[in-house]
Ligand binder design. Structure first.
Ligand code: TYD
Ligand code: MG
Length: 477
């Protein structure tokens, strides 16, 4: 047994110090460092955990002997979830599902467990937070009371592994949540970095030896009271985060890391009275309730992985009474906004230095693509000039520091989605099939002039425009 000694561990990122400090140098978190008793530096490694019968055994590397195969997967039966995992849960893989408390992680996983059980796969749901009765009650609310899911309320990892190893190991085991788990091999309290890490390690070992796909639920907390999921991120095969805000019903499942699939796909769900329902056509949802007569809004034709997604970009530009005007951004990169503002000023003569600027991506979505630059610029100019942009137009394109509008990938898919949703025109860089419907813009100056032109003509415009399906023909793309 290694010598017991005190260490100070950041509960947010897992950095270890030999004395207490107020701020973690690794993750910049304040008051996240806690004292922990550990059994030496190797305590969280496999050597410190209970010796298993598998010790020293060598397993053949399956799949290498035959021809190269796709990883064996079990689809969950929930399309939006399978899209994010890359087609289903890979045998023996471990997925960490992170998210704010109350966002719907348990709900999603109970639905996934039930859907998999319905296909005849063995599924176990281990709750460390709720009693079996509570979990059953939730399943009843979700209309899943008849699902053949094995429930257990346990927090001791050794017990869980023992329980799951009885008989045939299940195809899927959900551990809700990793922060409530504890292992006998370390002395720290549940929820501390050492416990979270060691418990995760034991469960990962279980997954690898039995072939059970394991999902670990991890709460994200900003105050560092319990160890964040970041401490196990590097140990697991895939990390997904479940996002959304309390004011909106939709929830977005995003792959952050995935050893067996894509990391840029998102799954879109809506929280309803009967649990989470899939949103197969998110563009329609994100554009619902759009005010087409308001200045300062532009529709961005974006891509999330392989799926095009239309969202409304809203800008508000107002004269500022502050010496240092406000710039507030929700759902986009603030640095990118600063850049667009600077380019607007330098290359289109649009000065916003004495204006407050607010930018919002409608619906609580977070856009990361630089391709949104053009829609942002159009929304900003529209808000400043008061000119309402045509409701039936979409925008995409990256703005360079020179003021040039640069082409972006997958223009065809973006345009197709726009057409499907009834948009008749597109303002894009170097458009294929230029002309009436697809307007190609080369510089930012060009956009400013166009919006000014709209401002002059917007009094004449009314309603929704022409019948879009006919206006925008397939051969435009
Ligand atoms: P939950 O899955 O318990 O969140 P987490 O496991 O991430 O902490 O979800 C809790 C929230 O979801 C709660 O605020 C109520 C809401 N909810 C619904 O709106 N409809 C439902 O059918 C269910 C089960 C929950
Ligand atoms: Mg929960």
């Amino acid at each position: 047994m290694a010598k017991i000694h005190q260490t100070f561990v950041c509960q947010s990122c897992g950095a270890v110090y030999n004395r207490w400090r107020g701020r973690c140098e690794a993750c910049d978190g304040w008051n996240t460092i806690q004292e922990e008793t550990s059994a030496g530096p190797g305590q969280s490694g496999p050597a410190a955990t209970r010796p298993s019968r598998a010790r020293g055994r060598i397993f053949p590397l399956e799949g290498l002997t035959g021809e190269a195969k796709e990883a064996p997967r079990t689809p969950s039966g929930i399309g939006e979830l399978d899209r994010v995992t890359g087609g289903g849960f890979v045998r023996g893989s471990v997925i960490l599902l992170g998210g704010d408390p109350g966002i719907g992680k348990s709900t999603l996983l109970m639905q996934a467990a039930a859907a998999m059980a319905k296909q005849g796969a063995g599924v176990a749901y281990i709750s460390g937070e709720e009693a079996v009765g509570q979990v059953r009650l939730r399943a009843e609310r979700l209309g899943l009371a008849q699902a053949d899911v094995q429930l257990a309320a346990q927090t001791n990892v050794e017990d869980i592994v023992e329980t799951l190893s009885q008989g045939r190991p299940p195809a899927l085991a959900v551990i809700d949540s990793i922060q409530t788990m504890w292992t006998e091999t370390v002395e720290s309290a549940p929820g501390t970095v050492t416990q979270v890490r060691s418990s995760a390690q034991a469960l990962i070992r279980f997954a690898k030896t039995t072939g059970t796909a394991v999902i670990l639920v991890g709460h994200v907390t900003k105050d560092g009271q319990i160890a964040g999921p970041r401490v196990v991120e590097h140990m697991v095969d895939a990390v997904a985060s479940f996002e959304g805000d309390q004011g909106h019903h939709f929830r977005i499942l995003r792959a952050v890391k995935n050893r067996f699939g894509p990391t840029d796909e998102i799954g879109v769900f809506e929280m309803t009275d009967a649990g989470l329902s899939e949103v197969p056509n998110p563009s329609a949802l994100f554009l619902a309730g759009r005010d087409q007569q308001a200045a300062g809004t532009a529709v961005f034709a974006g891509m999330e992985g392989t799926r095009p997604l239309l969202v409304e970009i809203q800008a508000l530009v107002a004269p500022s009474s502050l010496g240092m005007p406000r710039r507030a951004v929700v759902g986009w990169d603030p640095n990118r906004l600063s850049m667009v503002l600077a380019v607007l000023e330098a290359h289109a003569g649009i000065r916003l230095g004495s204006h407050d600027v607010y930018l919002n991506v409608a619906g609580g979505l977070r856009v990361v693509e630089p391709a949104a630059d053009l829609a942002v610029a159009a929304a900003l100019v529209s808000s400043l000039s008061g000119a309402v942009l045509p409701a039936e137009t979409v925008y995409f394109g990256e703005i360079g520091l020179s003021g040039a509008i640069r082409p972006v990938a997958q223009a065809g898919a973006r345009l197709k989605e726009a057409q499907k949703l009834g948009f008749a025109k597109a303002l894009i860089p170097q458009g294929r099939g230029e002309g009436e419907k697809v307007l190609s813009v080369e510089t930012l100056r060009h956009i400013a002039d166009l919006v000014a032109g709209i401002g002059a003509g917007s009094a004449r415009r009314g309603g929704r425009g022409r019948a879009p399906a006919r206006a925008m023909e397939d051969d435009d793309y």
